[in-house]
Design a protein around this ligand. Structure first.
Ligand code: NAD
Length: 454
């Protein structure tokens, strides 16, 4: 089938490459002409494991083209995907200006028998607006709107696109369902579950899924706050909960909370949507509040460990909102950097991929190219993102180069025994701290550390 994808960001580019790889002829278009030019030169706009090689393969095979001109590609398309951004407005509502402007640009060029598919996350009711817009611009033509929300996880996007848990399609006619079934036939034949609903249900289901995942994270973070006060261990509590098949173990890791371009904004947008529809969905506001509290709790932990932040250097290990991506949108590590800097600390950060993007977002954050450079002379190290390479750090070397041997494990990713065996004070989230005998192991800022016990 001929497919046009409007918006070649995290979702659009993965959509382009995955559909091209299952046999479709795909054109990727974007209002950012520089991005299209770069893609034509083989330069990826962001980091996503396996995506660069997949794009190269399908472009070389002639199945994917990056183009500027909608008029050239939209008329022949059987399916046109809208993958543009839906950022939050100041009110929290989704800003749908890009969705509308992309649809306006498409309308004059779309031919009969085209399905316009919302892949962007949009509030329920958006398809109705799109249909009205299409009717105004293309009276008498058979153009249908369908909803096909995206569930990919950044860092695992290619895997998720090629082997999705489910493919959700909301549409209104048997014809549109048939087009979408033909489009995804290779994935469905490969075992992907297709769920077909009406359009409003598909739009709403995407919000319901994201809100529920965020709920699980905030739930375990609230449990962590109680564990800290009760002397209980949140990691064990999560293990017990996860062993219950009705609950499941995923998304029950206490820590800095969620970030990224989806959960924070989608939750706000869902709350505003519910409110506009006359339902006061206060639970959603609580999820966001607990998520912000999670970052504040780590900042408080750092301050407690260091007594005063003024004059202290704090090293943040991991700046992206999760491992496997260079995306720093709403990254909790950056909020933590703001809080610590506002408290008077000098904040240095390292990330395998996201250093440059993080520095752009938080100019006060001093970004270095090696984790040991970040830790050298630091009074506290905060593990912010679960990059595997942080588990491999030589903790005895870390102990030697830090000014104060203080580790705040904001993702509970280290083995407490290993950290304390290396002579470091260990402050995890929602579980007991392991403090060394400072009389034996303590060092004064800038002084040579005492020798470690053998
Ligand atoms: P993104 O910012 O990475 O990409 C959006 C792209 O759309 C950009 O390249 C931008 O230049 C382009 N664009 C904006 N306006 C345009 C227009 N009028 N015409 C053509 N192109 C235009 O965003 P993203 O992360 O890919 O997210 C896109 C949508 O998918 C959002 O609604 C988001 O909530 C949703 N989503 C994202 C993820 C994710 O993990 N990133 C997962 C599921 C759903």
């Amino acid at each position: 089938m001929d497919v046009a994808v409007i918006g070649t960001g995290h979702v659009g580019l993965v959509t382009c490459a995955s559909l091209a790889s299952i046999g479709h002829q795909v054109a990727g278009l974007d209002s950012d002409t520089g991005k299209i030019d770069a893609l034509r030169r083989g330069i990826m706009p962001f980091s996503e494991p396996g995506l660069g090689s997949l794009v190269e393969r399908v472009v070389t095979a002639g199945a994917l083209t990056f183009a500027h001109d909608l008029a050239e590609w939209v008329p022949d398309a059987d399916v046109v995907f809208l993958c543009v951004g839906t950022p939050p407005r100041a009110s929290g509502e989704a800003n749908l200006v890009a969705v509308e402007s992309a649809a306006r640009a498409i309308a004059p060029h779309a031919s009969d028998d085209t399905v316009l598919v919302e892949k962007s996350t949009v509030p329920a009711g958006t398809a109705r607006r799109l249909r009205q817009l299409l009717c105004q611009h293309t009276p008498g033509r058979r153009l249908e709107v369908a909803s096909n929300p995206e569930f990919l996880r950044e860092g695992k996007a290619v895997q998720d696109a090629m082997s999705p848990d489910r493919i959700l399609v909301g549409a209104e006619s048997a014809w549109a369902f048939d087009v979408m079934r033909r489009l995804y036939r290779p994935l469905i034949d490969g075992g992907a579950r297709l769920i077909e609903t009406d359009i409003a249900t598909a739009e709403l289901a995407k919000h319901a899924c994201n809100a529920f995942l965020a709920l699980k994270i905030s739930y375990i973070n609230a449990i962590a706050r109680v564990c800290e006060r009760a002397g209980a261990d949140v990691v064990s509590v999560a293990e017990v909960m996860g062993a219950d098949s009705r609950i499941g173990p995923a998304f029950l890791a206490a820590g800095l909370g969620y970030g990224g371009s989806c959960f924070p904004k989608d939750l706000l947008a869902f709350e505003r949507l519910a409110s506009r529809l006359g339902y006061d969905f206060r639970l959603l506001g609580e999820i966001s509040r607990i998520n912000e509290e999670a970052v504040q709790a780590v900042a408080d932990r750092v301050r407690e460990a260091l007594w005063n932040l003024e004059g202290k250097t704090v090293a943040l290990l991991g700046l992206s909102f999760k491992p496997g991506t260079d995306d720093v949108r709403f990254a909790p590590a950056l909020r933590l950097a703001h809080l610590l800097a506002a408290g008077g600390a000098r904040v240095v950060g390292y990330d395998p991929l996201a250093g440059a993007a993080a520095h752009e977002e938080v100019p006060d954050l001093w970004v270095v190219a090696d984790p040991y450079d970040a830790l050298d002379g630091a009074d506290c190290a905060v593990y912010c993102t679960e990059w595997d390479e942080f588990r491999e750090l030589d903790l005895r070397r870390v102990r030697r180069i830090m000014a104060l041997p203080v580790i705040v494990d904001a993702r509970n990713m280290l083995d407490p025994d290993r950290v304390s065996a290396a002579g470091l004070a260990y402050y995890p989230v929602g579980r007991s701290a392991v403090e060394p005998d400072w009389a034996v192991l303590g060092t004064v800022n800038g002084a040579e550390p005492m020798p470690l016990p053998t």
